[in-house]
Design a binder for this molecule. Structure first.
Ligand code: TYD
Ligand code: MG
Length: 456
């Protein structure tokens, strides 16, 4: 008989304790511990596999085939299609469009058979969605089930080329307790589904809801069990952004861009004007454009800053799309190296189109936007920037600067401002578009240092 052991697991980060605690020491969340029992003799398909140690020199590398998902954007994010027998976790807030994306993928993927398991919706709800999307259900077998054992045996008997499970939080493994969605349930169910798919050579998509904080509900632990983790995120309005957070078979910085329309998700054909705002005349103060590289795509992205007198004795940062700590760091660099006081101000930062910006190359445009809002002096509309800022105020080089410059000029920006590239002569530091530090950048953009240096 299986032995039972009780553990307490944090539902936010998966941290385990042998005793209940009010606050998780690993992630700081309150009241997130749930009691779970682990039977130590769970049987998993993976444990039945035979393997033995082998010399690396005797191993032949096999190139796995890729499945065309029938969507350029999806293929792009996956690194050139879905790798055969790989597992993909698709996370996103409830209602963002995960089920829609996967039903469309099921219909368009170049595979002979698909098993679509849903624990979230009824067969007729899925059929209505399929009708709304106008898709051909020919190769799709539907299975409305939440019991892991039944799902596994259906997968073994149907032997689909692609399995979709929507969502992993609804799957229940009897041996891991009776409540769906607990950390144990998620781990055991995901582990079993991944290994059944490897066994029959099927590719797997699992969906998972994320919590308000953006963490895949329950454990980060699931991310280690799958080959690829994709997040579906909100852009402005109907824009949806698909990102790879982890990818064993490709790069993680590629973006997939969709819009949610009346009849499903449409791929965005021309993304270059999605993240800027079209205006007549001069830019308002507080706006600056960055030339961002997301995967293989170059995108001009507008950063908007608003600097106001602090509401309380503490300066606060309100920024959803750029990490707040990064905004504070850039403000501190401006304070130290451009003589601009921010410590008595509240800082609001936004990114046009709702893009989440992680690229260090956005530092310079963020600094210039903050400076512009603080002084009330707008940035000339021909300017676009790319550069990373060091704590010492220097502008550090960015990857693919030449490519960015070309893309910027093509998009109609007359002045691409960034650090000197290694292939440019030392004398180019005097060029109005080559900047060595934040002070130099501000002088060159706003031209009259004496007027602009002192904040209003
Ligand atoms: P859904 O795929 O059910 O989201 P998730 O699986 O992530 O919870 O999508 C739900 C939302 O998408 C819902 O608000 C309706 C909207 N939607 C459209 O706007 N157009 C469509 O064609 C479909 C199918 C859904
Ligand atoms: Mg859904």
């Amino acid at each position: 008989m299986a032995k039972e052991k009780t553990v307490y697991i944090c539902s936010e980060c998966g941290h385990k304790e042998s005793k209940w605690a009010g606050r998780c020491v690993a992630c700081g969340s309150w009241n997130t511990f749930t009691e779970e029992s682990i039977k130590t003799k769970l049987k998993f398909s993976s444990s039945e596999r035979n393997s033995e140690p082998v010399a690396l020199s005797r191993v032949t590398a096999e190139e796995k085939g890729r499945i065309d998902c029938g969507s350029e954007e999806m293929n792009h994010v996956l690194g050139g299609g879905l790798t055969a027998d790989s597992s993909v976790l698709l996370g996103g807030r409830p209602g963002i469009g995960k089920s829609t994306l996967l039903l469309q993928t099921a219909a368009a993927a170049k595979v002979s058979s698909i098993l679509y398991v849903s624990g979230e919706e009824s067969a007729s709800q899925i059929k209505s969605r399929a009708d709304r999307l106008g898709i051909n259900p020919q190769r799709i077998t539907l299975f409305i089930e939440t019991d892991l054992e039944k799902i596994s045996s259906a997968v073994r008997s149907v032997k689909p080329e692609l399995l979709i499970v929507d969502s992993i939080q609804t799957v229940v493994c009897k041996e891991a307790g009776i409540i769906p969605g607990t950390v144990n349930q998620l781990k055991f169910s995901a582990c079993e589904l991944v290994s059944v798919c490897k066994e029959i050579g099927a590719a797997l998509f699992l969906t998972a809801h994320v919590t308000k904080e953006g963490v895949i509900a329950g454990p980060k632990l699931l991310e280690h069990l799958v080959d690829t983790v994709l997040y579906f995120e909100d852009g402005a309005d109907v824009l949806r952004i698909l990102r790879a957070e982890k990818n064993r078979f490709g790069a993680v910085d590629e973006l997939g861009l969709f819009t949610m329309e009346e009849n499903g998700l449409k791929e965005v054909e021309n993304p270059s004007c999605l993240f800027t705002v079209s205006r007549e005349g001069a830019l308002p103060a507080g706006v600056a454009c960055a030339m961002i590289m997301e995967g293989s795509r170059m995108l001009p992205i507008e950063i908007q800053a608003l600097v106001t007198p602090a509401q309380s004795s503490l300066s606060r940062v309100f920024s959803d799309k750029i990490d707040g700590k990064r905004v504070s760091r850039i403000a501190a660099v401006l304070e130290k190296h451009a003589g601009m006081k921010f410590s008595d101000r509240d800082l609001y930062v936004n990114v046009a189109g709702g893009m989440r910006l992680n690229e260090p190359a956005a530092d310079l445009a963020l600094a210039v936007a903050l400076h512009s809002s603080r002084t009330g002096i707008p940035v000339p509309r021909s300017v676009i920037l790319a550069g990373e800022l060091s704590l010492a105020g220097e502008v550090r080089p960015v990857r693919f600067a030449e490519k960015r410059e070309k893309a910027a000029l093509k998009a109609g920006y007359g002045r691409f401002i960034g650090p000197r590239r290694p292939d440019q002569p030392a004398s180019s530091k005097n060029s109005p578009n080559t900047v060595s530090d934040i002070g130099d950048c501000i002088r060159k953009i706003f031209r009259a240092p004496d007027e602009n240096g002192s904040p209003k």
